[in-house]
Design a protein around this ligand. Structure first.
Ligand SMILES: Nc1ncnc2c1ncn2[C@@H]1O[C@H](COP(=O)(O)OP(=O)(O)OP(=O)(O)O)[C@@H](O)[C@H]1O
Length: 695
């Protein structure tokens, strides 16, 4: 549904006036003196100053074929590794890591934390007893970093170095360095709370404070304690970031030491808008054109905007502008969009190097904000905004809204330049606006629906959520609402005051890497005789969009897809790769169903059964048509509209089920089905009686 509207943008007429602000020199942290996090006395003395090139002979090398006769590519990579700011600190860093159970490592973006520290541990054979796991908040980072490290270690991806992200992994029994999303490690902890496969867990980009990372902190602390008592080898933990509140983290981890990797490899020149910009999208776009007119080819540009529709529109506009005769004398532009809903191959395409005389312009969400290195990027243009998920208190829903980013995020964005060589960062907002931004992002756990997390914690045997050792406690109200949702789904029951337990249904639900509501739909499949059908639907809902929305053909794509409400059509702007991915997801869900003994039956096109089954999981996501023609959600009495791209638009069914609410100017219900009031009552009588629906 997203991506329906044609670009609302005009060609930017005026240039944004920038003022040169500072030069982030090679040997000085950009954050020090700006947000003050590093000026903390408690940890003084832990700086790992570069002491000139250290020499070392790795005890273990990659298992590539040409170990003795290194190719020139390998020698080049080795040289690059040795030039990183972290390299001279290697001996002291290892000494500290060996000495302490938990260490916080702070280092400039690009200093080499993510790619090098795991390799150092491996070279020292500190992974003999268990593998090294490195968590990332985002899948694209986990995959691309694993690829880079495999290349650096001269090994095939999936052998010594691998990755694991939801529904996709490349690992083998010989994998020693495993890059994975924080959510995947949390999932592993359900069956193995001691994390016994690993001797090291490295939590990277800890400042992002995703729900999964926050919960992992508590799990890791617990696992560490238990393993000290009776496991064969201890669990060592490294918490890493370039921009985080070290005191808060260190206090949580029993005043663990904080190590600072000094210096950055390449300088970055910083620019701020001279005046406040009315329209951040136009400001970002005109900055790109300004840079394009001045920068040499192959100096690529990475632009941070907020969401899919906006990014598609900007990509479309820049392509149009690039065709303008007035730009004929400048390099050819290759424009890429980068957001989570894009198929993996399109996401990875942005890493492809530019041809001679060409410039790559990448318009991205905050998916590219941390960890990754995009070859060729020398310019970063930051709109200062991001789309963030926020829980609607009292509703059980998360809503996506465009918000200003934090200073920590702004520095991370800056850090995507200056990785291979010197760079430039243009902030399309003023220095005053920057100073007024929050220092750190609000932890996701304080603003999200917690039902998935609580289901996972219960599956790990943690019965009292309110006493779990969270680094920042979520509000009791949010916890209670999530518990209520899990109780309504028959996943959990209260056994004593504040003590919860999973029901048999809940135990099965926790086996699925899905939102509990989707898991409940699958578990209800046999009751409605339609497991086969709902498996397909849930697989699609859990994958990235199977639709394509080519720019300039959005209307045609929407019209083509309208036909799906009555019949299957070919050649209707379906995304082949994402469809194939969905088939893989479905296969994995079938395996979990088989493990849980859920029989896979088909209702043979009886779509009413399918809709009733979907209600079993999503009955809290229903809106009712009001007299004035508007919809109100039954759970929170919130006004929400059908999107013009929905097949139900204009039809006005009395009750509409949706998967989520999306706020883009107006609140839209995302992905809909018309449902019957009688079915609602039959599925959750207690719940709907309280909501007085009309039958
Ligand atoms: N895919 C890649 N291609 C080329 N160079 C790369 C690639 N990945 C990493 N590098 C090089 O390795 C350096 C260190 O990257 P690394 O991700 O380890 O830094 P980091 O300190 O973890 O940064 P951040 O805090 O931004 O995650 C980069 O600055 C870059 O020079």
């Amino acid at each position: 549904m997203a991506g329906f509207q044609e670009p609302p943008l005009k060609k930017p007429k005026t240039d944004v006036n920038f003022v040169f602000n500072s030069h982030l020199p090679v040997q000085q942290s950009p954050i020090r003196g700006v947000n003050g996090h590093f000026n903390n006395k408690q940890h003084a003395g832990n700086f790992l100053f570069p002491k000139g090139p250290a020499t070392f002979k790795p005890k273990v090398q990659g298992n590539g074929a040409n170990r003795n006769t290194k190719s020139s590519d390998q020698l080049k990579i080795l040289k690059q590794r040795h030039a990183l700011p972290i390299f001279p600190a290697r001996p002291r860093l290892l000494k500290e890591l060996k000495k302490n159970d938990v260490v916080i490592v702070i280092g400039e973006t690009g200093s080499g934390k993510t790619t090098q520290i795991p390799q150092y541990l491996h070279e020292e054979r500190l992974d003999r007893k268990g593998a090294i796991c490195v968590t990332q908040p985002r899948r694209v980072a986990a995959i691309t970093i694993a690829k880079r490290v495999a290349e650096e270690m001269d090994t095939n991806l999936g052998e010594l170095v691998g990755y694991s992200v939801r529904f996709e992994e490349s690992v083998s029994p010989s994998t020693k360095l495993k890059y994975m999303t924080d959510g995947m490690l949390l999932r592993e902890a359900i069956s193995d709370p001691l994390l016994s496969k690993y001797s090291w867990v490295i939590v990277d980009e800890a400042h992002e404070r995703t729900v999964s990372t926050d919960v992992l902190f508590g799990i890791i602390k617990d696992a560490q304690k238990s393993r000290k008592a009776f496991a064969k080898y201890p669990l060592r933990v490294i918490i890493m970031s370039a921009t985080m509140d070290v005191d808060h983290f260190s206090n949580y981890f029993n005043k663990c030491p904080v190590l600072y990797i000094e210096g950055r490899q390449h300088p970055i020149e910083m620019f701020y808008a001279r005046e406040k910009q009315e329209d951040y999208v136009l400001a970002a776009m005109s900055t790109v054109i300004q840079i394009h007119k001045e920068a040499p080819p192959q100096h690529d540009i990475l632009v941070f905007l907020t969401g899919q529709e906006e990014i598609d529109a900007v990509v479309h506009n820049i392509r149009l502008i690039a065709k303008d005769n007035s730009l004929a004398e400048f390099p050819k532009i290759r424009v890429h969009a980068l957001y989570a809903a894009l198929p993996a191959h399109q996401q990875l395409d942005v890493f492809r190097a530019t041809a001679a005389g060409e410039r790559k312009v990448i318009i991205s969400t905050n998916i590219a904000e941390t960890s990754i290195t995009i070859p060729g990027v020398r310019y970063v243009v930051d709109s200062g905004r991001a789309k963030v998920r926020n829980y609607l208190p009292g509703s059980g829903f998360d809503v996506l809204k465009v918000k200003k980013i934090s200073q920590a995020q702004a520095w991370q964005r800056t850090g995507r330049a200056g990785r291979e060589t010197s760079g430039f960062c243009y902030r399309a907002y003023t220095l005053e606006e920057f100073n007024a931004m929050a220092v750190n992002p609000v932890p996701e756990i304080l603003r999200s629906n917690m039902s998935s997390v609580i289901l996972q914690l219960l599956a790990m045997g943690i019965k009292n959520i309110l006493t779990f050792d969270f680094i920042d406690k979520p509000s009791t109200e949010y916890v209670q609402q999530a518990v209520e949702q899990l109780t309504l789904l028959d996943a959990a029951k209260v056994v004593k005051s504040d003590m919860l337990e999973l029901t048999e249904t809940g135990k099965k639900m926790a086996q699925f890497p899905l939102d509990p509501r989707y898991a409940k739909i699958l578990l209800s499949g046999p009751d409605y005789g339609c497991t086969d059908e709902v498996l397909t639907i849930v697989a699609i809902l859990s994958s990235e969009s199977i639709y394509t929305n080519p720019s300039g053909k959005k209307e045609a794509a929407v019209n083509a897809r309208r036909k799906f409400s009555s019949m299957w059509c070919h050649e209707n702007f379906l995304n082949y790769r994402n469809l194939s991915y969905t088939v893989e997801v479905r296969k994995q869900l079938v395996q979990v169903c088989q493990r849980c003994g859920i029989s896979i039956v088909s209702c043979q096109q009886n779509l009413d059964s399918v809709r009733r089954c979907i209600i079993a999981g999503l009955f809290t996501n229903v809106a009712e048509l009001q007299l004035g023609g508007k919809y109100l959600t039954l759970d929170s009495r919130q006004e929400a509209a059908l999107h013009p791209a929905s097949v139900l638009f204009g039809g006005k069914p009395a009750y509409v089920l949706f998967t989520e609410l999306v706020h883009t100017g107006k609140t839209y219900m995302h992905i809909n089905s018309a449902v019957d009031a009688q079915w609602l009552f039959e599925t959750a009588p207690e719940y709907f009686r309280k909501r007085h629906i009309k039958i």
